[in-house]
Design a protein around this ligand. Structure first.
Ligand code: GLU
Length: 302
């Protein structure tokens, strides 16, 4: 069996909170119990929101908690040319993408109109309605040549027709047939950025030899997209393990704005790493009435 390689991949847009402490500790202990390897990766492609000082602070917090990882720490912002060549150009070459000129406002209006038209439609669904999928390609090319902003979207139906049916394995919930109904045609790159979260995470997990992607269950649906990208790019898929999320006393999921629960604040108040991790454990238990199954070693039949 392959050695377990896990990772924790923070986006340095703020200080880490209890939810991050739980996710990082979960990945670290899962690898250590299996005598595997643990990596930290900085997901800083969003240059407008990510800050270097948060990278330092995030790494200091993880170190203070007792985590140790392999060096060097990979930074996604240094890999843009690689994402372009190893992923974006290949997907465009496969004919499973299209340029999208829609603004956020146009997309919102279209979704609202569709929700209004469909009686009993689910108003919370915000999947891109595919306006640019049918748009005349010459017209689109002219607009782009004229300087228009655009995104590159993955044509989900076409991509899945290319790969055929796919399955991925969650180590707790078992085999999951790929279905893209929760995401539609996701953005995989933009005019000024040759990648997106979905593309970079797949390329990097594969490049770093991650065999078990542990992360919060808020990313469960995204894994369908990731499995598809692995298949399109001819990469060997890992297994995934989606754990529960930390919640505050009112049952709301923690966010970076919950600064009173940041690791740093708790540390400054004099708490020890063990006390902070116990708080994280308690917060994750609040996140669900169901007990969390213990992490299990990845199965090999996905
Ligand atoms: N960078 C993501 C975050 O901070 C995590 C992505 C992942 O684990 O796949 O939420």
């Amino acid at each position: 069996m392959l050695p377990i390689v896990t990772r924790f991949a923070p986006s340095p847009t703020g200080d880490l909170h209890l939810g991050h402490a739980y996710a990082a500790w979960f990945a670290f202990t899962t690898a250590m119990r299996a005598h595997g390897r643990f990596l930290v990766r900085i997901e800083d492609i969003d240059l407008g929101r990510c800050r270097d000082d948060f990278i330092d602070r995030n790494l200091q917090d993880l170190h203070w908690l007792g985590l140790r990882w392999e060096e060097p720490v990979l930074r996604q912002s240094a890999r843009m040319a690689h994402y372009q060549a190893a992923a974006l150009d290949r997907l465009v070459g496969l004919g499973v993408t299209y340029p999208c000129l829609c603004t956020r406002k146009q997309i919102r209006a279209e979704i609202e109109a569709a929700n209004g038209a469909a009686q009993g439609g689910d108003a919370t669904r915000s999947i891109y309605p595919g306006l640019c999928r049918q748009r005349d390609r010459n017209e689109t090319a002219q607009l782009i040549a004229g300087g228009a902003s655009y995104a590159i979207r993955l044509d989900a139906a076409r991509a899945l027709a290319h790969t055929g049916d796919l399955v991925w394995r969650d180590a707790v919930r078992g085999n999951q047939p790929v279905r893209l109904s929760d995401h539609g045609d996701v953005v995989i790159a933009r005019k000024k950025m040759a990648t997106s979260y979905h593309l970079a995470v797949v390329i990097d997990d594969a490049a770093q030899g991650v065999t078990l992607v542990t992360r919060g269950e808020d990313l469960f649906a995204a894994t369908h997209v990731h499995r598809l990208l692995y298949a399109l790019l001819g990469l060997e898929a890992p297994q995934w393990l989606h754990h529960r999320l930390c919640c505050d006393a009112s049952g709301r999921r923690l966010a970076k704005r919950s600064q009173d629960l940041s690791i740093r604040t708790l540390r400054d108040r004099g708490l020890t790493p063990a006390e902070v991790l116990a708080m994280a454990e308690a917060a994750v238990t609040r996140g669900s009435e169901q007990p969390m199954p213990a992490p299990c070693p990845p199965c090999t039949d996905a």
